[in-house]
Write a protein that binds this ligand. Sequence first.
Ligand code: G3P
Ligand code: CA
Length: 250
Amino acid sequence: MNVYNPQSIIKVAHRGVPSLVPENTIASYKFALTLNIDMLEIDIHRTRDHKLVIMHDPTTERTSLEKGEIKNLAYKELQKYDIGKWKGEEFIGERIPLFDDVLHLIRNTDIKLLIEVKQPEKYPGIEEQILESLIANDINEQQIIIQSFNKKSIQKFKSLNSRIELGVLIKKKDRFISRDSIRKIGEYATFINPNYKIVTKKFVDEAHKVNMKVMPYTINDDETVRKMINLNVDGIITDYPQKIEQWLKT
Ligand code: G3P
Ligand code: CA
């Protein structure tokens, strides 16, 4: 049996508290900040007029019920979309947040922001733009971790700013990732965050050997939390941050 301290597990609120409040909304983030969490995870895209906005999908249909692709829409048009209604009448009025809004929210808190850059290949120069926003909003770099499935983008962040912590996300289809690949990622990232279905003790051990932390996504039940803890992961990314403390105790 592993001996572990539940307090040392990094608790990550995935898109806010999406199990109770619509994902990636300011209301969801505000609620997350009232919970005992360590990090808030968000997803970034960019509008046609180059505003950084927070949404998981590249298209608006699922969460706004309006058809459209973020990269083809101006921020002013996107602002008309309601992203609360799909979850219930009580959430009507939520709008797609700007990256700046979230930075404003977490500034002066002790919560870290785990920023996932979605499809950076579609948004040339987004790396520079994100870093400029951090400076413009006077954000402490130690409060930030930037992650992506796109390794090239994360390497670019490294070349632009070697102080900010970086993470690489690993998909389920990459379950056979080699020890060498993990080591290479460890040359520029401090987090390697896999789909929980591919986590093995060997994966975690190899990541730890090159000083990377492992935070699997997205874990939404106590049994899987226990399984991950036994595999010695460092953090848990969950849609249920309101339950994670209790799950870690049991
Ligand atoms: O933080 C990792 C996780 O969010 C990656 O998957 O699809 O939920 O953005 P997805
Ligand atoms: Ca994400």
